[in-house]
Design a protein around this ligand. Structure first.
Ligand code: NAD
Length: 267
């Protein structure tokens, strides 16, 4: 379905970004991966995405831009354009978490969470839009998918920067959708509940220590607090939602914040 298109997924060396990159590769899109990790882990991520798309003839590239730095984001977008012509599908996914009460929240952590989880999406979007709007003979074609969170819709204590950034991402999604509503460029957000990635494993580990329980018990406690299904959403499921947003059936899906959260925000 996406043969001949190029997708750039930020923060795709791990977790949700990697799952989305694999799903888009299965549909034949070329992939530009981004994110941190040691060279062997980055190599493994590239190989797993290439393997997902192996039957389609797609190719994979990697750029190590630090998403907190606008100049590096500009270099990454220029690299993608030079390598593949343009970015047809932009997935703004890179993100970090910091858990602390507001009065104890380190200022440097606040700035980092806002830069990586929110401002990076603005920078990548502003740089991707001109080519998307010019595509398809000037009618425009593009897909911008912002990985927000249930925390773009509701709050939890001790996550001020993350909740502020993710609410911002949902707002940015709506504005991007509206500014391009008469073109073939759509923008939507995905709002996962708990997904068992390194980002959440850290919170499981912290709970296990704080509650003096096993890792398995800590996972159940974490799910039980918020997620009625008592199941983690998987990167594979989120990848398939991203594929749907890229499909012709989603041509008129614009500015939604689609939760995949086991019932978290239905409560
Ligand atoms: P993860 O830690 O597995 O992956 C994060 C990715 O971002 C990694 O590839 C990492 O290298 C990259 N990254 C971090 N800082 C970066 C920077 N400065 N520049 C470039 N890349 C950077 O986490 P994840 O759970 O897969 O999170 C991915 C996204 O999904 C985040 O935006 C997160 O907020 C969101 N999310 C996660 C969950 C969850 O439960 N795990 C739930 C809702 C939303």
């Amino acid at each position: 379905m996406l043969k001949g298109k190029t997708a750039l997924v930020t923060g795709s060396t791990s977790g949700i970004g990697l799952g989305i990159a694999q799903a888009l590769a299965r549909q034949g899109a070329n992939l530009v991966l981004n994110g941190f990790g040691d060279p062997a882990a980055i190599e493994a991520a590239q190989a797993s995405v290439a393997a997902s798309g192996t039957a389609t003839g797609m190719t994979v590239a990697y750029h190590g831009a630090d998403m907190s730095k606008p100049a590096e984001i500009e270099a990454m977008m220029a690299f993608a354009a030079e390598r593949f012509g343009m970015v047809d599908i932009l997935v703004n996914n890179a993100g970090i978490q910091h858990v602390s009460k507001i009065e104890d929240f380190p200022v440097e952590r606040w700035d980092a969470v806002i830069a990586i989880n929110l401002s990076s999406a603005f920078h990548a979007t502003r740089l991707a839009l001109p080519a998307m709007k010019a595509a398809a003979g000037g009618n425009g074609w593009g897909r911008i998918i912002n990985v927000a969170s249930v925390h773009g819709l509701v709050a939890s204590a001790e996550k001020s920067a993350y909740v502020a950034a993710k609410h911002g991402v949902v707002g940015l999604t709506k504005v991007t959708a509206l500014e391009n509503a008469t073109t073939g460029v759509t923008c939507n957000a995905i709002c996962p509940g708990w997904v068992l990635t390194p980002l959440v494993q850290k919170q499981v580990d912290a709970k296990a220590v704080a509650m003096k329980v096993s890792n398995e018990e800590a996972k159940k406690l974490l799910l039980g607090e918020k997620e009625p299904s008592m199941q983690f959403t998987t990167p594979e499921e989120l990848g398939e939602l991203a594929v749907f947003f890229c499909s012709p059936a989603a041509n008129n899906v614009r500015g939604v914040a689609w939760n995949m959260d086991g019932g978290w925000t239905a409560q």
